[in-house]
Design a protein around this ligand. Structure first.
Ligand code: SF4
Length: 246
């Protein structure tokens, strides 16, 4: 008899805590990807477009230009890479024109970009090989694009999607982080996220996903402390891995 008052109160909070966690999880709606993307499309309408899409809108939408600009954007803020791409591509918009510059000329034009010196050599090599091996016309082929130094699946897919209308998914750090937080995929690297998304995402959204999630990731579902309390897709998002939010 004397033991009852001391054991009962200890169990109650544990049971309540478990019930609360279970309720929070079951309160979530099934992830309706069409509705989620519709809400994000509405949310990002006032934000600036991702750099590559903005560059295309400014008249630099060829496969060659998109690929070069994507290389410049790697590990570089859009606010830095976009003006640098515009400086370079305004001076040399074709493989032939870019091949005629020296890597030092290119470096001077793209200077604030991260790893600008290495990137200057990479884009120059792409221009020379495109001129000499492909008669100045970059083939719309992901495998060939990825054979260039400095070009991975993200840039190859993004350039092909924007410039050629190919149905491809481009997974950058924003797409990787956000789709995993939703619980839509469960993958440890961008490469694995790409494979997982190809298995579940309806094809009409393959190119648009990057266009939506880059600005959404910059302004709402940020790397640290995402703005969950005002997020339009909170009812659908499992918030996987989110330990602190605004
Ligand atoms: S609810 Fe939070 S974690 Fe989920 S998408 Fe929105 S901001 Fe990101």
């Amino acid at each position: 008899m004397a033991d009852k008052p001391t054991t009962a109160p200890r169990r109650a909070p544990r049971a309540q805590s478990a019930r609360t966690a279970h309720a929070a999880q079951t309160d979530k709606l099934p992830l309706d990807i069409e509705e989620v993307l519709r809400r994000i499309r509405h949310e990002v309408r006032s934000f600036a477009d991702a750099a590559m899409f903005e560059l295309a809108a400014k008249g630099h939408g060829s496969l060659f230009e998109q690929l070069i600009a994507c290389i410049l954007s790697i590990r570089t803020l859009d606010e830095v890479s976009l003006p640098a791409s515009l400086r370079l591509l305004s001076r040399a918009p074709t493989p032939d024109a870019l091949a005629r510059l020296t890597p030092q000329d290119i470096d001077a034009l793209i200077q604030p970009v991260t790893f600008h010196e290495a990137k200057a050599y990479q884009v120059h090599a792409i221009a020379v090989r495109t001129r000499d091996e492909f008669h100045g016309q970059l083939p719309a082929d992901a495998a060939i694009l990825q054979s260039f130094k400095g070009v991975g699946p993200k840039c190859a897919h993004l350039a092909l999607g924007i410039a050629c209308g190919h149905e491809v998914i481009s997974v950058d750090i924003h797409v990787h982080r956000i789709t995993n937080r939703w619980g839509y995929v469960k993958a440890s690297t961008p490469e694995r996220t790409l494979a997982a998304l190809e298995a579940v995402l309806p094809r009409p959204y393959w190119v648009e996903l990057n266009r939506l999630l880059v600005p959404f990731g910059k302004h709402v579902c940020t790397g640290s402390r995402p703005k969950c309390s005002t997020c339009p897709v909170l009812p659908y998002c499992r918030q996987e891995g989110v330990t602190s939010h605004r």
